[in-house]
Design a protein around this ligand. Structure first.
Ligand code: NDP
Length: 371
């Protein structure tokens, strides 16, 4: 036991190798994000009327990096299994980076005299609170929007961890149906995320949360290292799935994807053009502001329901012998229930009687007839 704890602690100590992996990764993303072509999308209008602009070239940056690493692995310049072999030290290196970078953001935020909404400091005076939630809405570093950058790094990091775990299972000769299902679902989800990257620009995190430790840690450490637990678990555990279980698993994924993407797309299209048809019909709109048809007429956060089904589909390939691979759906359930409550309060204040009317018309929060 002592030995296990000792070796665990030892594995957590970052080496220069892991620092170099992180440095090259962030460096690549900064350069690729700045120079690769991509649709430039205007963010929501901020309090002072200004708007930020985001270059949505995440998919190209990702595919190019996958290609470069694939060639590098073929030529034996890089190791495809490096992340799966150095997972713990990469985790602690990323954690230390998050702490350091958010301390720098705290200091920069406190010193800022900027008056524009995206950079105006919001200081409560409580050191922990200001460091945790952040001081500025959209801090930048050499013209790079750090919030957009970190969420991109985290989502791509999740895929690279998965690919490395996949390479390890091939190397070990243990690749099986469960691993293929888990890898396929996550890869489709992440590629889809970057295909629709512009939708990110209107999400709660981008428009409402300041950039502090909560978001930086969430993006860089939490997303890639905890969302991939199923893959790590499958490396060490063999699961035999019946054909019926595989079909049911694919069904949960497809249904979840349809609801998740459909709901987010309907809202996005509605915001761009409030008359855009929903499911082939003119939309039902409340007070000229809120969409009450399509998925948004079924539950007030149907998009969360889709996301939860997807999360479940990532864990089902692991069978039901252990709760460990269910960490992600359980965490997401708690997060989205909390988030829905916070968004509900925000919308009730913003839309007032229009929101009350919407609530009456669509009484369900996430899951019709249950919640
Ligand atoms: P939502 O997409 O749920 O957006 C909420 C906002 O949409 C509201 O504040 C309001 O903003 C607007 N809105 C709400 N209802 C309506 C309506 N009926 N008609 C028009 N506009 C409406 O926000 P999130 O950013 O929380 O989530 C985006 C996606 O990201 C979700 O699918 C979620 O599941 C996913 N997600 C995933 C996480 C993960 O860890 N996997 C974590 C967090 C989110 P406005 O003021 O602009 O009108």
């Amino acid at each position: 036991m002592e030995l296990d704890l000792g070796s665990l602690l030892h594995a957590l100590i970052p080496t220069w190798n892991s620092v170099a992996v992180l440095g090259v990764y962030f460096g690549y993303l900064a350069i690729a994000g700045s120079i690769l072509p991509g649709k430039v999308v205007s963010g929501v209008t901020l309090q002072d009327g200004s708007r930020l602009h985001y270059r949505c070239n995440g998919l190209l940056s990702l595919l190019l990096l996958v290609g470069l690493l694939g060639v590098g692995a073929q030529m034996e310049i890089v190791s495809a299994t490096v992340i799966s072999e150095r997972g713990l030290e990469l985790l602690s290196a990323t954690f230390i980076f998050s702490v350091v970078v958010t301390m720098m953001l705290y200091v920069a935020g406190r010193l800022s005299k900027n008056k524009v909404s995206s950079l105006r400091p919001h200081v409560t005076g409580n050191l922990i609170e200001d460091w945790w939630f952040g001081i500025q809405l959209n801090p930048q570093f050499f013209s790079i929007d750090l919030k957009f950058f970190f969420v991109r790094a985290g989502m791509m990091g999740w895929l690279f961890i998965n690919l490395s775990v996949l390479a390890k299972s091939i190397q070990n000769g243990t690749l099986n149906q469960s691993m293929i299902l888990y890898q396929s679902f996550c890869t489709l989800y992440i590629l889809d995320y970057f295909f629709y990257e512009e939708y990110m620009t209107s999400t709660w995190d981008i428009i409402a949360e300041r950039l502090g430790f909560m978001l930086v840690f969430g993006d860089l450490v939490w997303i890639p290292f905890t969302f991939s637990i199923q893959g790590w678990w499958l490396l060490r555990n063999n699961v035999e799935l019946t054909t019926a279980a595989v079909i049911a698993n694919c069904f949960v994924f497809l249904l979840g994807y349809m609801v998740f993407r459909g709901a987010n797309k309907q809202k996005h299209d509605f915001k761009k053009d409030p008359k855009a048809p929903i499911w082939g019909r003119a939309p039902r709109v409340i007070g000229g502001k809120l969409l009450a048809s399509g998925y948004w007429g079924i539950a007030r956060h149907c998009n969360y329901l889709g996301d939860l089904m997807l999360a479940l589909s990532f864990s089902l390939p692991c069978g039901i012998s252990s709760p460990v691979p269910y960490f992600y759906p359980i965490y997401l359930l708690i997060l989205l229930i909390w988030r829905e409550r916070r968004d509900e309060a925000r919308c009730a204040e913003k839309y007032r009687e229009v929101w009350a009317e919407y609530r009456q018309l669509v009484p369900w929060r996430i899951l019709p007839y249950l919640y």
